[in-house]
Design a protein around this ligand. Structure first.
Ligand code: IPM
Ligand code: MN
Length: 352
């Protein structure tokens, strides 16, 4: 029997509550699908920072490298200046563990409301492969004449051939394996970002030759947001850079029913990957037992898939779908579910 070592970072706000439900479902899934695991909890987050002044040390990162996967709740604290925890924990983990892919499925499940009129589950089922370690997130730039009337702030997008290529290769392979429409759309801005997306486009076209069964397509990022609303059924897999991926996946989360159900994986195919609900810590809902745990539960499903427990991942997804088909969960929004956070977790667990 396989045994996985999972590092759990419940984090801030509602993070611990949704992680608890995700772990409840994981436990039931492990019994049914015959794998085992052990969890180790880490306190990183806003409260830990306020107590210790530390976000995440080099030693912490080294420790986390010993695990098979990381399961993260949410990072973000109302009393900590924006940026400190995001950069000091979330981005630091992504970068230092070289989780160069951010995988974000956009899938409308049955009985979930989408704001898109006339769109059904079969119309909204695509995956965004977001580059996760470069681009405008690289932190390159600075100020000139800071604080003066002539101040200039620059922020550069870093796109390395190696970084772009490994992301694109992952996206091609993923599209092939997903085996749906076998279509990969490069989302960029070649008409304005003529250096960065020239590299992306050239590399995309070169790699495409190795995947003759994958259809390729290109869309500017602005047009992509338009098609995601108007014709989401056109997409199968979208590959894009870090910032564009960040932006379009919030839109993606909305069309699939909201942050309550949107999960993501920060993947290092040969290292430690990290799975999280993509919404924030939602501090105003903390400990009210009304936050939707489905995104965190779907993050567990993605974790099992990446860990190679494919049947378990499929079984878990079926249980999520059955829970939605039961009609017992009235909405994806906090406080409107008709069930508590724990009851949603129990419901999914009972359907595994
Ligand atoms: C996300 C978040 C992060 C990002 C923030 C919190 C730094 O928005 O995971 O999408 O921009 O990547
Ligand atoms: Mn985001």
């Amino acid at each position: 029997m396989k045994k996985f070592k999972i590092a759990v970072i419940p984090g801030d706000g509602t993070g611990p509550e949704v992680v608890r439900e995700g772990l409840k479902v994981l436990q039931v899934t492990s019994k049914k699908y015959n794998f085992s695991y052990e969890t180790t909890f880490f306190p990183f987050g806003g409260d830990h920072y306020k107590k210790t002044g530390e976000t995440l040390s080099v030693a912490n990162v080294e420790e986390l490298k010993k695990y098979d996967a990381i399961y993260l709740g949410a990072i973000g604290h109302p009393e900590v200046k924006p940026g400190i925890l995001e950069q000091g924990i979330l981005l630091k983990l992504r970068f230092s563990l070289d989780q160069y892919i951010n995988l974000r499925p956009v899938k409308l499940y049955p009985n979930v409301d989408t704001p898109l009129k006339d769109k059904k589950p079969e119309d909204i089922d695509f995956v965004v492969v977001r580059e996760n370690t470069e681009g405008l997130y690289a932190g390159v730039g600075g100020f000139l004449r800071k604080g003066t009337a002539d101040e200039v702030a620059t922020q550069e997008s870093i796109n390395t051939r190696k970084g772009v290529e490994r992301c694109l290769r992952y996206a091609f392979k993923y599209t092939q394996k997903r085996n749906k429409r076998k279509k990969l759309t490069l989302c960029g801005k070649t008409n304005v970002l003529t250096y960065a997306f020239d590299l992306w486009e050239r590399t995309f076209n070169e790699i495409a030759v190795d995947y003759p069964d994958v259809k390729t397509d290109y869309a500017h990022v602005d047009a992509t947001t338009m098609w995601m609303v108007k014709n989401p059924e056109w997409f199968d897999v979208i590959v894009t850079d870090n910032l564009f991926g960040d932006i379009i996946t919030d839109l993606g989360a909305m069309i699939q029913g909201g942050m309550g159900i949107a999960a993501g994986g920060n993947v290092n195919p040969s290292g430690v990957s990290m799975f999280e609900p993509i919404g924030g810590s939602a501090p105003k809902y903390t400990n009210l037992n009304i936050i939707n745990p489905l995104a965190a539960i779907c993050a567990v499903q993605m974790m099992l898939d990446v860990l190679g427990e494919v049947d378990a991942a499929q079984g878990l997804e079926k249980a999520v779908i059955s829970s939605l088909q039961s009609g017992k969960i009235k909405s994806m929004s906090a406080g409107k579910m008709g069930l508590s956070t724990q009851e949603v977790g129990d419901l999914v667990a009972s359907l595994i």
